[in-house]
Ligand binder design. Structure first.
Ligand SMILES: Nc1ncnc2c1ncn2[C@@H]1O[C@H](COP(=O)(O)OP(=O)(O)O)[C@@H](O)[C@H]1O
Ligand SMILES: [Mg+2]
Length: 319
């Protein structure tokens, strides 16, 4: 994963001003002088909030959001889509924290981070009361941070069982740092357990990727029944639930029928955006590269952009 840089024209577009206005304000001293790389101006995504402030424009997001990608079925795209989504949000200037909640550590790998390159995980935070700041890792992007996972996280389920307030420990740990991030994105494992329950209770929003087959569709029923009991037991309410179709192939009859079934039974949660089947998504994920870096002009990137526009309709700068 590389640190993305913008040209003056791209940066001006992101800020919603013309390139000449950007250059003029740099000359006037109203905006800082950018870095120069290979003879050209080079702008960083993490500076976008500061530029918006200097320009007297509103911040990228008004309300901080905590989002979890969850489905009790594996292989629906939780890890790849959450990683690409978070990277893209960071590319657009947001302060983003990704949390790998799966002891298999696929998200960590998806970001190109080696499982041996860190020694602490959420296990140490949730069970041993390590400060959550001590498990946050830098990535090659300044404004994209990661709480990684590896197999060291797997005993957490058992260890949580005997602890006080065992369902709310992640929420409590995050409360110390959540204001520093525009969005916190969690990638869950496909299971019903205490760690995922912690993830749900620490979130304000839920994303459920589903494949267009009927197995995925039936899994949704179990997920919604589980959510209903959580809402009742913990007096808890998610602010938004987004179901989206992933790996969609319009030429397959079963995809059409599964889509129709979702539209009929889950219309209030179903996103308009669907993510089409795209081999570049699988390739990018396996290489530990975000789709917007691996294949920025491909349909996978276009679908992710549409996805972000739907989740952040007021975001001024998605292109
Ligand atoms: N839209 C898509 N098009 C093609 N392949 C996809 C798509 N979404 C996910 N995949 C691939 O499907 C596999 C399972 O996805 P993954 O994100 O690991 O799912 P989960 O985390 O839900 O188990 C991965 O190889 C991934 O790259
Ligand atoms: Mg996964």
């Amino acid at each position: 994963m590389e640190q993305p840089l913008y040209t003056a024209k791209e940066y001006a577009t992101l800020l919603g001003i013309s390139k000449s206005a950007l250059l003029k304000m740099e000359n006037d001293g109203r905006l800082p002088q950018p870095e120069v790389r290979n003879g050209a101006r080079a702008y960083h995504p993490h500076d976008i909030p500061r530029y918006l402030q200097l320009l007297g424009m509103p911040p990228l997001v008004e309300t901080k959001r905590r989002q979890i990608f969850l489905n009790f079925k594996g292989g629906t795209g939780k890890t790849s889509i959450s990683a690409f989504y978070a990277y893209r949000l960071a590319q657009l200037g947001m302060q983003v924290l990704l949390i790998d909640l799966d002891p298999q550590g696929h998200l960590t790998q998806c970001l190109g981070i080696n499982h041996e390159s860190f020694t602490s995980t959420l296990y140490n935070v949730l069970i041993e009361r390590l400060d959550i700041r001590d498990v946050i890792m830098d990535t090659t992007m300044n404004n994209l941070k990661l709480i990684p996972a590896n197999l060291d996280l797997s005993p957490v389920e058992l260890a949580l069982t005997s602890m006080n307030a065992r369902e709310q420990r992640l929420k409590k740990s995050l409360s110390a740092i959540q204001d520093s991030y525009d969005v916190i994105v969690m990638d869950a494992s496909p299971s019903i357990g205490l760690l995922n329950l912690n993830g749900i209770l620490a979130s304000t929003e839920l994303f459920v990727p589903v494949l267009a087959d009927f197995l995925s569709y039936h899994g949704l029923k179990i997920l919604f029944e589980t959510l209903a009991t959580i809402e009742e037991d913990f007096d808890f309410m998610l602010e938004n639930i987004y179901i989206f179709l992933n790996n969609y192939n319009a030429s397959h009859n079963i995809c059409q029928r599964a889509k129709e079934a979702l539209e009929k039974h889950y219309s209030s949660y179903l996103m308009k955006t669907l993510i089409r089947q795209d081999i570049k998504i699988a390739e990018a994920a396996s290489m530990g590269m975000p789709i917007h870096q691996y294949a920025p002009k491909n349909r996978g990137s276009a679908d992710l952009n549409a996805f972000i526009r739907e989740v952040f309709p007021n975001l001024p700068i998605v292109f």
